[in-house]
Write a protein that binds this ligand. Structure first.
Ligand SMILES: Cc1ncc(COP(=O)(O)O)c(C=O)c1O
Length: 414
């Protein structure tokens, strides 16, 4: 059980911090300040306990066994599917496919639905601010099928140019695959509008929820996306597991992804009958332990409440942005009206990587570089940025540390 982490309506950040053992450690003799949450978040004790409990208490392979351990492991694994269904409000548990993460979810759809439905001359739309994992699978598909990839441009603030998007839509468009929240800029895209317009044009929509699921309330039915993917590890859960949501009618019609155990009902040398959803897309022994522990992460976030978390993170975003903007020569990249708690910035005549190294010397973990979004960096004509991304356990005092560290680093480097 999580100890009380909320004082009335405000998040008790110190109670939250006590749930994350790693936050007690020091880096280079300084208390760790972890601002690389968009890459992966830290794990609360309840998630770590879920992993340990599985391995020490009921480690077994799932679905096939009739012994007690196998039944316990199967029940725990399938309980995560129910929790995932609830977390994103899918209409049925058959629509929840466990994957290795967002990347695998996108690749699964590109190589099943994509192979089946995209033909020569068809078009696929993505945007300028996609993560490489929402670019390359579609490029591979387009190359194979002789289809065309079209790109939605963005404004200088990092927002989609919706008028330009509408101009791209035509009966040739088979799919729109769009990031919900940009990992490089923090922009929250108007996905509902993107989806409605795409559907009117007859296209299917994939939403990359890698960065949004931890911050925003996700309701795939209300959003009406056709596919949605996210990763556990950005949501306080373990690495190596993620969820692909797909509308049942689409998942049923798609060809299989990988072949092997679990995804079949019956195999003979003449013919194989595939399993029902969701197992049709889950070949082989899955990542049982991490999937089970993902439920602990869902429960943890649900118990605190996303709204409360969002309020706290937004306060951090506003505070960090205003303090950063006061530093001479510093420019924030990505100033959309709707943002999650992430600030990307560059400093005149200073390489982001040098800043990252000097900040690490003070125990401050930020990400530097192109953030797997090179086309986005090209759009801004920069090699990369420094990115500070905030989670529920971060504090204003930590942001003060970042500002002090940055000022000292800039003095040394410029
Ligand atoms: C927007 C976005 N999409 C996709 C991914 C890929 O996620 P994963 O590496 O967990 O598969 C990331 C990871 O950083 C991301 O930020």
């Amino acid at each position: 059980m999580i100890k009380s982490v909320a004082i009335q309506n405000k998040l008790d950040v110190h109670a939250i911090r006590r749930q994350f053992p790693i936050l007690n450690r020091e880096v280079k003799g300084k208390p760790l300040v972890y601002f690389d949450n968009a890459a992966t978040s830290q794990k609360p004790q309840v998630v770590i306990d879920a992993l340990v409990n599985y391995y020490t208490g009921y480690n077994a392979n799932i679905h096939r066994g009739i012994h007690t351990l196998a039944e316990e492991a199967t029940a725990a694994y399938e309980a995560t599917r129910d929790a995932a269904k609830q977390f994103i409000n899918a209409s049925s548990r058959e629509e929840i496919i466990f994957t290795r993460g967002t990347t695998e979810g996108i690749n699964l759809v590109a190589s099943t639905w994509g192979r089946q439905n995209v033909k020569a001359g068809d078009e696929i739309i993505i945007s300028t601010i996609e993560h490489h994992s929402n670019i390359v699978p579609w490029q591979v598909l387009c190359e194979e099928k002789n289809a065309v990839l079209k790109i939605i441009p963005i404004s200088d603030s990092g927002e989609l140019l919706m008028g330009e998007y509408e101009k791209l839509l035509s009966p040739k468009i088979k799919l729109v695959s769009i990031v919900h929240v940009s990992n490089a800029l923090g922009t929250v895209n108007p996905v509902k509008q993107v989806i409605d317009l795409a559907h009117r044009a007859g296209a299917v929509v994939f939403v990359d929820g890698a960065q949004s699921t931890v911050h925003l309330d996700i309701d795939v039915q209300e959003m009406d996306c056709d596919f949605f993917a996210f990763s556990s590890h950005k949501l306080y859960g373990p690495t190596g597991v993620g969820v692909l949501y797909g509308k049942k009618s689409l998942l049923e019609a798609m060809p299989v992804f990988q072949g092997g155990g679990e995804m079949i009902k019956e195999v003979t040398f003449e013919k194989t009958i595939y399993n029902d959803l969701p197992y049709k897309y889950e070949a082989g022994t899955p990542n049982i332990a991490d999937t089970i522990a993902l439920k602990a992460a869902f429960d943890f976030v649900n118990e605190i409440g996303k709204e409360k978390i969002r309020e706290h993170e937004n306060e951090l975003l506003v505070y960090a942005t205003s303090r950063l903007e006061q530093i001479p020569g510093l420019r924030v990249i990505g100033t959309a009206k709707e943002k999650t708690s992430l600030v990307s910035f560059i400093v005149d005549k200073v390489h982001p990587q040098d800043l990252g190294i000097l900040l690490d010397n003070r125990g401050i973990a930020v990400r530097t570089g192109h953030h797997c979004a090179q086309p986005c960096m090209i759009r801004f004509d920069i090699p990369g940025t420094v990115r500070a991304s905030f989670a529920m356990y971060n504090t204003k005092e930590e942001i003060d540390e970042l500002i002090t560290g940055l000022k000292k680093a800039i003095k040394i480097l410029s």
